[in-house]
Design a protein around this ligand. Structure first.
Ligand code: ACO
Length: 376
């Protein structure tokens, strides 16, 4: 059989000007800027502008961009009614996938794939996504919906709509850093999905809907829920070592570790670790953080030499928990951030499109007789 790259590992299938990853050295840059720089100094609005324009905005440009983003946070009335008709027990990732898809039906020209039109749609979708998830969460908790406040930035507004009170600065900043660090990451599975779909010249709603479906999987964005379940399952810090070593012995994956690309420390994990530690202290969740750092130590000793380190999902779990988010909202938070990256990739794909159509190596039999049904 001909050689091929199972899972497309190592295959370069597209060009991007947005994020650069050196998995051996543990480097991630957005348009050349190290992620640590952006996470410690930038805002989410600025990061989205950077990804979509491949440069940082000046003050006026940023003000205009942010105004535009915050102006579209309201949902069309039909969307709110649809949301209030959803089963309350639905998983928020299924809600996100369905409602982002449903936004297409409130767009008079959903199939327009001219670049300016797609950019405009991307902005509206990104603005409305936090409202969708906050409304759904309050609806299922039996609480009144809280309308977005266009004078708040992305992070403050989302936490305000979710909790009914403006967040502390530390929480809003922690959430914003999660958004910045999750915004884009090369040709990961969900981004690839978005590019594959748009490469047929389909529409942005279809591409983003497919990407959300991809992100939901436990080997991709769903891992942060798995991390939290693991942290709850381990009774105390002293139980960490036997728990983790037992998992490794049974050849079970430890959620939040390992990466297809990074074989060194994931630079996003370092930023999130700092945040998680601070928030854990602020919110009385020290034990959770201690368990996390102990897990990291045990894993580093056991499998670090094989290039398996904590990934972005590991410390985002503690961070989200300390912010007060329920477990099933963790992966939807990844969606909020990654909509920026997916949309940027959709624009890049449309600007220089080539239909994705790889081949499969056929490994079945040949020249088989057609056996009549009564003889099978
Ligand atoms: N725990 C224990 N062992 C691991 C882990 C882990 N988290 N990750 C990889 N390994 C081991 C595998 O068991 C395998 O061992 P073997 O060679 O003895 O069979 C070896 O490392 C290679 O693992 P693969 O799964 O083949 O490597 P791949 O490149 O596909 O791994 C992946 C990437 C899927 C992310 C994997 O590390 C994993 O499943 N991690 C846990 C889930 C997770 O945290 N996903 C989030 C990724 S980040 C993101 O999507 C934002």
């Amino acid at each position: 059989m001909t050689d091929y790259a199972k899972g497309l590992e190592g295959v370069i299938a597209a060009e991007t000007r947005m994020s650069y990853i050196d998995g051996q050295k543990g480097i991630l840059e957005y348009v050349g800027i190290p992620i640590g720089e952006l996470a410690s100094k930038g805002t989410f609005e600025e990061t989205v502008f950077l990804l979509w324009n491949q440069r940082l905005p000046n003050r006026d440009e940023l003000a205009e961009f942010a105004r535009n983003m915050h102006a579209h946070t309201g949902l069309p009335a039909g969307m709110t009614n649809r949301l209030l008709a959803l089963p309350m027990q639905a998983h928020p990732m299924h809600v996100m996938r369905t409602m982002i898809s449903a936004l297409s039906m409130h767009d008079e020209d959903p199939n327009n794939i001219e670049l300016d039109a797609v950019r405009d749609k991307a902005m509206k979708i990104l603005s409305r996504a936090p409202t969708i998830i906050a409304y759904f969460d309050r609806y299922r908790r039996g609480l009144p919906l809280i309308d977005p406040k266009p004078d708040l930035d992305f992070a403050h507004n989302f936490l305000y709509m979710l909790n009914g009170a403006e967040p502390t600065e530390a929480m809003a900043r922690a959430f914003e850093i999660c958004m910045i660090t999750h915004a884009d990451h090369g040709l990961n599975n969900s981004t690839f999905t978005a590019r594959v779909i748009i490469s047929t010249l389909s529409d942005i709603y279809s591409a983003l809907t497919g990407a959300i479906g991809s992100l939901r999987g436990p080997l991709h964005g769903g891992a942060n829920e798995g991390v939290m379940r693991m942290l709850w399952e381990i009774p105390t810090v002293d139980d960490v070592e036997p728990y983790i070593l037992g998992k490794l012995e049974r050849k079970e994956k430890v959620m939040g570790f390992g990466h297809r690309v990074y074989k060194a420390h994931d630079p996003r994990a370092a930023e999130l670790k700092k945040l998680a530690g601070q928030l854990a202290r602020d919110t009385g969740n020290e034990e959770l953080y201690e368990k996390s750092t102990r897990i990291e130590q045990v894993m580093e000793r056991a499998v670090g030499s094989r290039g398996i380190y904590a990934n972005v999902d590991f410390y985002s779990a503690t961070t989200y928990h300390c912010i007060g988010l329920k477990l099933d909202l963790f992966t939807p938070m990844f969606v909020l951030a990654r909509l920026a990256g997916w949309s940027g990739h959709i624009l890049e794909q449309l600007a220089d499109n080539r239909l994705f159509r790889p081949k499969a190596a056929y490994v079945g039999p040949h020249d088989q007789p057609y056996t009549p049904i009564e003889q099978r």
